[in-house]
Design a protein around this ligand. Structure first.
Ligand code: C2E
Ligand code: MG
Ligand code: MG
Length: 558
């Protein structure tokens, strides 16, 4: 096609081209119509002359008229060919549109629907089902031991397991049912259901559990996997006197039931029931509270000290968000961040706390750095780098004092996008560290291919360093890896003196943890810095040295 030869850089090119083509089509149509009219006219004169000449009565056709007739024929052929071309173009464009729609609606790995398209398809199924007196059941499926499979067998085997599970689930579903992969190892099926026969879903759930657990011979690895299922029905809410559930609510209900299945020992299913309704109400309360809290400035930054372990010097702070909810008290980011991500509020929330942190950090000694955590969802925002730079500019905060912490899970999303973002942030002087290293599945190749400035060993390994030999081996391996790659290392989760002493053997690394104190609000942090003479004006060298703020014995107790 002509398109493939064209430079795709300028989007206006496409528009120009389409208009150009449309203009040519109008001209071709005009020419063909005129040619047909003229063909009828000239043909009406020339053909009788030809017939007469064959019969030996006339002089033969007029030469000029014959030429005109031939020209008409050529123009009609031209018009016909153009019409064929146009029909082909329309067909190709339709195919491309269908392809784009398919890509937007499906999960590329398994070919199932994705989370976004499942909501619309479920709404349609509910509407159509109600005309037949049907309801729908939602079955949430979460694989139980997928992380280990990925860790032990690698990504490509993990992908094959997911594809195989999708195929096994699809094979058991009735005709009009929907199957989506919600992300990671989580699937959801929406199945039309006769409300008088809910046991059909019990049967289906039992079959699904059995099918998923049957031995898989992906690449001869003999992988064993089980799944936990959560079930719910679209007419359940009405039974407990609430509005009929939409797709979003059904997903939450099934999710809650699925977690009950996990807690009860995995490899089983649970129906969403009345007592779980309270969890759902709490969840809704949190969702609404988050939206309101962002507007009312209830999300605030707390600060955790980061120390150079070899010198004992304070080098900066990690900002950790806290939600001071008037109704629920101080809430941990581990609760509100995943929910804010799910309801699409993470960018607003994060920007609000980062803006406050930049204002706070401006008053600190300029040698102190500020680290902030970024959600994988923000990394997908093509405007994220610009937004951040705008914030730095507005706060008049030097980019070289800012460090962005991204978690390993970002690396599985779209490595190309991540690389572009990381590079553009680095070009502005912002530093990037890889947070919670060791918990995800990032490979050495990924570590090499992205220009990180630092890796942070996950606190789980550091906290267990002195008690668990596996954790010690991981800390040892990561610090070596850091040295080999020329990447500075930070150990998080230093809870006591013993851990600190072990870590100090590694020489030049940074650390943070409760041994140096719990994360504190801006005012407490400011007071502390004032007492150390670390507020804007240059501090005296001796004042920078920090001694653990709490007794190591009590620190290790939590
Ligand atoms: P993280 O970035 O790995 O942050 C370190 C977490 O470890 C913090 O938990 C901190 O309070 C905790 N911690 C520090 N020292 C110790 C220790 O000695 N022992 C133990 N057991 N824990 C320690 P926190 O504040 O609950 O934050 C949890 C996670 O939430 C953070 O993990 C980070 O991934 C995320 N988070 C926090 N603030 C934000 C934010 O503004 N945006 C985003 N996207 N994520 C955030
Ligand atoms: Mg962090
Ligand atoms: Mg971390």
């Amino acid at each position: 096609m002509a398109d493939s030869k064209h430079n795709p850089g300028d989007p206006r090119d496409g528009t120009r081209k389409r208009f150009g083509r449309a203009e040519r089509d109008m001209v071709a149509l005009g020419i063909a119509t005129a040619a047909i009219i003229m063909f009828v006219g000239t043909g009406g004169v020339v053909v009788p002359q030809v017939v007469r000449s064959f019969a030996g009565v006339g002089l033969g056709p007029d030469k000029a008229l014959t030429s005109a007739l031939l020209l008409n024929i050529a123009l009609i052929i031209f018009g016909w060919r153009r019409y064929r071309q146009l029909a082909l173009e329309v067909q190709e464009r339709r195919k491309a549109e269908e392809q784009a729609k398919l890509l937007a609606e499906t999960d590329p790995l398994t070919g199932c629907l994705n989370r976004r398209s499942l909501a619309d398809a479920t709404a349609e199924l509910i509407t159509r089902g109600s005309e037949r007196g049907e309801v729908v059941a939602l079955v949430m499926i979460d694989l139980d031991n997928f992380k280990q499979i990925n860790d032990f067998n690698g990504h490509s085997i993990g992908d094959q397991v997911l594809r195989e599970c999708a195929a096994r689930i699809a094979a058991l579903l009735p005709k009009r049912a929907l199957l989506a992969r919600l992300g990671g190892d989580e699937f959801a099926c929406v199945v039309p259901l006769d409300p008088k026969r809910p046991e059909a879903i019990d049967d289906l759930a039992a079959e699904l559990i059995e099918a998923i657990a049957s031995r898989s011979d992906v690449s001869g690895n003999g992988i064993e996997i089980t799944a936990s299922l959560g079930l719910t029905r679209s007419d359940f809410s009405r039974e407990v006197g609430e509005e009929p559930a939409d797709a979003h609510t059904l997903l939450h209900m099934a999710d809650i039931a699925m977690y009950h299945a996990k807690r009860a020992g995995k490899n089983r299913y649970f129906w969403f029931d009345a007592p779980m309704q309270n969890e759902l109400r709490f969840r809704r309360e949190i969702e609404q509270g988050i939206r309101r809290g962002i507007r009312l400035g209830e999300f605030v930054p707390f600060y955790e000290q980061q120390i150079d372990l070899s010198t004992g010097q304070l080098t900066g702070f990690e900002m950790l968000a806290r939600w001071k909810s008037p109704a629920l008290g101080v809430i941990s980011p581990e609760i509100f961040i995943p929910i804010a991500e799910e309801i699409g509020a993470i960018a607003d929330l994060s920007e609000s706390v980062i803006a406050q942190a930049l204002e706070d950090a401006k008053t600190w000694d300029p040698r102190l750095t500020l680290s902030v955590n970024i959600s994988p969802l923000q990394m997908r925002d093509p405007w994220f780098a610009q937004k951040l730079l705008k914030m730095l500019l507005e706060a008049n905060f030097p980019p070289h004092r800012l460090e962005i912490e991204i978690t390993e899970s970002c690396l599985h999303e779209n490595i190309g996008e991540v690389r572009t973002l990381v590079t553009s942030l680095k070009n502005q002087g912002i530093r990037i560290s890889l947070d919670d290293f060791g918990t995800g599945y990032s490979s050495l190749a990924q570590l090499r291919s992205l220009p990180f400035d630092r890796i942070k060993i996950d606190r789980m390994f550091v906290t267990n360093l002195t008690e668990d030999s596996d954790s010690a081996a991981i800390v040892d391996a990561v610090t070596r890896l850091g040295k080999d790659l020329g990447l500075p290392v930070t150990a998080e989760g230093i809870e006591n003196k013993e851990i600190l002493e072990r870590l100090m053997q590694y020489g030049d690394i940074k650390g943070q943890g409760f041994l140096y104190g719990q994360p504190q609000p801006a005012s407490v942090t400011r007071d502390k810095l004032a007492s150390l003479d670390l507020l804007s004006e240059p501090p005296t060298p001796s004042a920078e040295r920090i001694t653990p703020a709490i007794d190591p014995k009590t620190a290790s107790q939590g």
